[in-house]
Design a protein around this ligand. Structure first.
Ligand SMILES: C[S@@+](CC[C@H](N)C(=O)[O-])C[C@H]1O[C@@H](n2cnc3c(N)ncnc32)[C@H](O)[C@@H]1O
Length: 263
């Protein structure tokens, strides 16, 4: 069974989903049980790692923004080395491996060394956030476009995004890695024409017991982001779709007044 799923010397890039082990696909669970070694990212949920049999070697290669424990080149080399040593390799990544997951570098490394690889998709953070908040990311007539954005920029670098096309009142923006840039995102979108009162939903640690949700509006995003969020991974949903969020907390900061209606 294990050899059929992962022949020795091959690599599976596996999506671990947003954290909740119940959001792992059945295939991902089979693969992590069939692996001989698993190289996993920092955002892979604890509950997911608990499903890994004791016989499987677990190697953290954890990357969190600003706290990279290994650089990407080293990680790609570790994947290649493990496959060349005849291991059944699972490279376990948070969410979906093909969405802001640096999968390309590892795919290229496998290709360059003639190592067979396959990909098992996972539930991406935007889907988990929408599910937690009980909303749809697209809305008939009101949000006909859904854009996944990474707002991660190296310190001192400008965010290289096409703000004019992003400032579309009939679109939903799902912004990954945007916490540090919340102020700039808000400023740029408003300058490009998006209404100041555009609804925004912030969700930290979606799908995990420590999940927190906040509802705000675009012109208050900077202040809400810094006052409300902790150190967990967080995603922003900007646009009419966010208005459907219910029962979420408005950050209790004196600077955020008047309190916004929770729709
Ligand atoms: C390097 S990206 C990886 C995205 C991942 N491949 C995916 O498909 O979700 C990491 C970013 O995803 C978002 N993210 C991942 N897990 C999350 C979660 N449980 N709750 C909220 N956002 C999350 C955050 O924006 C975080 O900074």
């Amino acid at each position: 069974m294990t050899d059929i799923l992962i022949p020795s010397g091959t690599v599976w890039l596996v999506g671990a989903g947003p954290g909740d082990p119940d959001l792992l696909t059945r295939k991902a669970e089979k693969l992590i049980k069939a692996a001989s070694v698993i190289l996993y990212d920092a955002l892979v949920g604890r509950g997911v790692l608990e499903l890994v049999p004791a016989s499987v070697r677990l190697v953290p290669v954890g990357k969190r923004s600003g706290r990279h424990s290994k650089d990407q080149r080293t990680i790609s080399k570790m994947v290649v080395d493990a496959a060349q040593a005849g291991e059944r390799v699972v490279r376990l990544k948070g969410g979906d491996p093909s969405i802001f997951g640096r999968a390309t570098e590892e795919i290229e490394a496998c290709r360059a060394h003639g190592i067979p690889y396959r990909i098992c998709p996972g539930i991406t953070a935007a889907s988990a956030v929408a599910a937690s908040a009980g909303l749809s990311l697209t809305l008939r007539g009101l949000a006909r476009k859904l854009t996944f954005i990474t707002a991660h920029a190296r310190a001192g670098e400008e965010l290289d995004l096409d703000w004019k096309s992003l400032a579309d009142a009939k679109a939903t923006l799902a912004i990954y890695m945007g916490k540090a840039a919340a102020g700039r995102i808000s400023q740029k979108l408003i300058a490009a024409g998006l209404r100041r009162d555009t609804p925004v939903l912030l969700v930290e640690n979606a799908s995990l017991p420590e999940e927190r949700q906040f509802f705000t509006r675009l012109n208050l995003l900077a202040i809400s982001g810094s006052s409300a969020l902790g150190s967990g991974p967080a995603l922003m949903v900007i646009g009419e779709a966010a208005r459907q969020a219910r029962d979420v907390t408005v950050p209790a900061s004196a600077d955020i007044a008047p309190h916004l209606p929770v729709y």
